[in-house]
Ligand binder design. Structure first.
Ligand SMILES: *Cc1c(COP(=O)(O)O)cnc(C)c1O
Length: 371
C-alpha cells in the first residue's frame, strides 16, 4: 500500500541525526524550554525571515497565542475560512473571540478576497466588530496576500497568517508568514516541518509581541513565579525542539522533492478529467498536500484504493456544517457555497518527500486509465 503521508519514513531517513539529538537532550537533564528551544527559535526565525519565533505546544495554541498577543479576544470577531483544519476555527473560539467564516476561491481553495470585502462591508448582524483576519495558506499555497493584506490595511485589521500547511511557501518571492502581524505554524508529524510529537510556533518581527507571546505561553511569566499577564501553558519541549533543528536543516530539500513529485503528477493528469492543483500567480507552492478535484471523487478514491494507493480528503465536511459548529457559527452574507462544493470533490494524493520514484510512477500510472 502506498500511503498518503508517512512521518515514519521521514524519521528513518534522518534516524542517525535524530537519535543523536534525542540522546543529547536525554543526557542534558533539561527537558522543557531550554537551550534546544532557544536555538530552534533562533534558527527557525532566521530561516523564516522574521526577527523572532516563539515555540509552543502545537499549531492550535500558536493561533491562540498570536491572537491573545495581539489583544484579540472577547468582544472581537475574526474572519477566517470554513475550508480548513477545524483547529483554525477552534483556536479563535478558545480566545473568546467570534469566528466569521468566509467562502473560498474555488480554484485555489483559499480565502476569497471578494467575499472578505463583502463581509467587511456588511458584517453579520449582532456580531462583535471584526478586528482581525486569519487566512490559511491551505495545502502549501499562499492565499491572495495582496488583496487580503490590502483589505486589512484599509480597514485597520490585524493580519495573522495560518502557515500550518505552508512552511517555506512563498508569495512574490518572500516566505509566507512574513506579511502579517504574526504567523502561526504547526509541527504535527505530517506537516512539511514535522516533529515526532506535538509542536508549534508563532513567528513575528514585532519584538514586543514576541515577548508577550513568550510570557503567555508559560503562565504569563516574564520572570519566574510572577504572572504579569494572564497566561496558559503551551510549551515546546526540548526533545521536539532538538528533532526540529535536525529536520529544519533538511526542509528546503524536502519541499523541493515535494515539488518534483507534484510535477510528475501534473504531467500524468494531462488529458484526464481530474483537475490538478491550480497554481496562483506569484505563489511558490510547497505541496503539503497534492489535492486534485473531480466530480467523481469517491469513484477515483475507490479505484486508487483497489490499486494499492491511499488517499485522503481534506476536508470532508466544512467547519460550519460539523456538529460542533452547525447553526451556530457566522458566515459572510453570501454563505459558503464554494466551500460546500469543494468538500465533495477534493482528493489528496500520496505525497511525502521520502516516496521512491517507483512509488511516484505507480501513482502517476494509475491516473492514465479513464476516471
Ligand atoms: C494542522 C493545522 C492546524 C493545527 O495544528 P496542531 O499542531 O494540530 O494543533 C491549524 N491550522 C491548519 C491549517 C492546520 O493544517
Amino acid at each position: 500500500m502506498i500511503v498518503q503521508a508517512n512521518p515514519g519514513a521521514s524519521y528513518r531517513a534522518l534516524k542517525t541525526e535524530i537519535d543523536a539529538a534525542v540522546a543529547r537532550v536525554l543526557d542534558s537533564g533539561w527537558y522543557i524550554l531550554g537551550q534546544e528551544v532557544k536555538a530552534f527559535e533562533a534558527e527557525f526565525a532566521a530561516w523564516e525571515g522574521t526577527s523572532r519565533a516563539v515555540g509552543c505546544g502545537n499549531g492550535t495554541d500558536a493561533i491562540v497565542l498570536a491572537l491573545r498577543g495581539l489583544g484579540i479576544g472577547p468582544g472581537c470577531s475574526v474572519a477566517t475560512v470554513s475550508h480548513t483544519a477545524v483547529a483554525t476555527v477552534a483556536a479563535i473560539e478558545m480566545t473568546g473571540a467570534t469566528p466569521v467564516l468566509i467562502d473560498i476561491d474555488p480554484a485555489h481553495f483559499t480565502m476569497d478576497p471578494a467575499d472578505l470585502a463583502a463581509t467587511l462591508a456588511a458584517p453579520p448582524a449582532g456580531l462583535p466588530p471584526i478586528k482581525a483576519v486569519l487566512p490559511v495558506h491551505l495545502y502549501g499555497q499562499a492565499a491572495d496576500l495582496d488583496a487580503i493584506g490590502g483589505l486589512c490595511r484599509t480597514n485597520g485589521l490585524k493580519l495573522i497568517e495560518d502557515c500550518a500547511q505552508a512552511h517555506g511557501a512563498t508569495w512574490r518571492g518572500a516566505k509566507v508568514g512574513t506579511f502579517g502581524d504574526a504567523a502561526t505554524f504547526s509541527f504535527y508529524p505530517t506537516k512539511n516541518l514535522g516533529a515526532l510529537g506535538d509542536g508549534g510556533a508563532v513567528a513575528t518581527s514585532d519584538a514586543a509581541l514576541a515577548d508577550r507571546i513568550a510570557a503567555v505561553r508559560q503562565y504569563g511569566w516574564r520572570s519566574h513565579y510572577i504572572s504579569d499577564d494572564v497566561g496558559m501553558n503551551s510549551r515546546l519541549d526540548e526533545m521536539q525542539a532538538a528533532i526540529l533543528r535536525v529536520k529544519l536543516a533538511h526542509l528546503d530539500a524536502a519541499n523541493a522533492r515535494r515539488q518534483a513529485i507534484a510535477a510528475v503528477y501534473d504531467r500524468a493528469l494531462e488529458g484526464t478529467d481530474i483537475r490538478p492543483p491550480a497554481r496562483r500567480d506569484g505563489a511558490g507552492h510547497v505541496f503539503h498536500l497534492y489535492v486534485v478535484r473531480t466530480e467523481a471523487r469517491d469513484a477515483l478514491q475507490a479505484r486508487l484504493r483497489a490499486a494499492g494507493i491511499g488517499s485522503g480528503i481534506h476536508y470532508p465536511q466544512p467547519v460550519h456544517l460539523q456538529p460542533a459548529y452547525k447553526g451556530r457559527v457566522a458566515l459572510g452574507p453570501a454563505g459558503c457555497r464554494e466551500t460546500e462544493a469543494a468538500a465533495s470533490q477534493v482528493l489528496s494524493l500520496p505525497l511525502y518527500p521520502e516516496m521512491t520514484d517507483a512509488e511516484v510512477e505507480t501513482v502517476a500510472a494509475a491516473f492514465a486509465r479513464p476516471a
